[in-house]
Design a binder for this molecule. Structure first.
Ligand code: SF4
Length: 433
């Protein structure tokens, strides 16, 4: 189904009816994440006074910056909070993925309050994220906190992209869904301050400002591109571990520390734990072997799928199984030209991966695929994956997680509809409370 169909509302209503065990809010959340949202000029004026989108790692937009005629990228909010409306939504937090052509639009009502519309009919009330006090501050070198240490998940997670590019480079190496390198180039071209490699001193100073003024943040994620050789004379484990070690030495236990990095050999992954990180995300991206080799050619060539999975399980011995949380990108299993042709096949494959990990105590999590136009898969699939795939994935993840009686994944805040803050997929929203 194309994202611009005039029958989108019928599609959503039918999906809610067909998936009665899912919160209706999650159906809309997944649909917004896979296809993006527009903003009216009036809503953009309101949003300009809210916490704006920081472009914390990828673009997470459905159009390039250069194609945004209303310059939405400068004033759109990081997230929207849906609540109330004709369907009586419980609070639901959704990451903003801009798409000026989306049938979903944040507009204002007669009282100039923001609302979410689908095909011009109001679907839910909207709250815009308030600007945290630390976003009004700058570091001693003049850089703003929003650039060095933005927060997402309604302020719960400090997102520290310390290396803004990836050493997997070009068509033969970059993951085919990932726009980290292209996004870096377009942000710099658009004039956004965008530090390629953040220093430990900058990170510490930003965290100092946040710690002094904020109580909402509970976790930080250290992340960035892969380092296949060296960066500033350091290998990947050493590079990312140094930030965790510095934060934990300065603010012991203030936040739950998480690191997103490649699946590294056991001795190297251990450095993250020794530095004080509690959670490790060695993202496997997609389960199927053929798709992994085609969609993640760099990871396949440098590490290999079987070795990647072996290292995930090795890491469980270091961190404990519940604290190893590899991500995959929900939806790329169906991306043309490589992906499965039917939802059934795609779900069967993904379910096999969930069984493999969850039966061993490791609960992967997923982000909902955003078909970014500066990526090969985004260009080939501007409509993303079918909504039906995303909803069946939620059911499969929820049921497999429950089958193995796994704990609520740590470092994501509260679970459950109306409470979850994780904004780039609904996996936390569907966990029973
Ligand atoms: S390893 Fe793949 S997903 Fe990660 S930053 Fe590099 S290209 Fe993107």
């Amino acid at each position: 189904m194309d994202v611009n169909t005039s029958e989108r509302r019928a599609l959503v209503e039918a999906a809610i009816a067909a998936h009665p065990s899912l919160p209706p809010e999650c159906v809309v959340k997944e649909d917004l994440l896979r296809g993006g949202v527009a903003f009216s000029p009036a809503a953009l004026r309101l949003a300009a006074r809210a916490k704006s989108k920081a472009y914390f790692i990828f673009s997470f937009d459905l159009v390039p910056l250069a194609a945004m005629e209303n310059q939405e990228h400068w004033s759109a909010p990081e997230e929207i909070w849906l609540e109330g409306g004709p369907w009586g939504f419980r609070p639901t937090i959704v990451s903003v993925r801009l798409n000026p052509d989306s049938p979903y639009c944040v507009d204002v009502d007669a009282d100039n309050a923001p609302v979410l519309k689908l095909e011009d009919e109001v679907l839910a009330g909207v709250r815009l994220p308030p600007v945290p006090e630390y976003y009004t501050k700058t570091l001693s070198n003049g850089k703003r906190v929003i650039e060095i240490a933005p927060t997402i998940e309604w302020g719960y997670l400090v997102y520290l992209t310390v290396f803004r590019v990836c050493q997997y480079f070009g068509q033969q190496e970059e993951c085919q869904f990932c726009d980290i390198n292209e996004n870096y180039r377009q942000q710099v071209k658009a004039g956004r301050p965008y530090t390629g490699v953040k220093s430990v001193a900058e990170i510490l100073e930003a965290m100092e400002i946040i710690a002094a003024t904020d109580s909402a943040s509970r976790a930080y994620t250290l992340t960035g591109g892969s380092i296949t050789s060296q960066l500033k004379g350091q290998r990947e484990a050493e590079f990312y571990a140094q930030y965790a070690a510095a934060i934990e030495a300065r603010f012991p236990g203030r936040w739950i520390g998480k690191i997103v990095a490649q699946a590294l050999p056991k001795d190297e992954a251990r450095r993250f734990k020794e530095a004080g990180a509690q959670i490790y995300h060695p993202n496997f991206e997609v389960w199927d072997a053929r798709l992994f080799s085609l969609i993640c050619p760099g990871k396949d060539r440098y590490v290999g799928r079987a070795e990647w999975h072996r290292r995930i399980l090795d890491a469980a011995e270091i961190f404990g199984p519940s604290h190893v949380i590899p991500n995959f990108v929900g939806g790329i299993e169906m991306a043309r030209p490589y992906g499965f042709a039917t939802v059934d096949e795609a779900i069967r494959s993904t379910a096999e991966g969930l069984e493999f990990f969850m039966s061993r105590g490791v609960a992967p999590r997923f982000t909902t695929w955003c078909p970014e136009p500066l990526t090969p898969l985004g260009r080939a699939n501007p409509g993303g994956a079918p909504l039906e795939y995303h909803l069946r994935l939620l059911e499969t993840w929820r049921d497999t997680h429950a089958k193995y009686k796994l704990p609520v994944p740590p470092g994501y805040g509260d679970p459950g509809a109306g409470r979850a803050v994780f904004s780039v997929s609904s996996f936390m929203d569907v966990i029973a409370q």
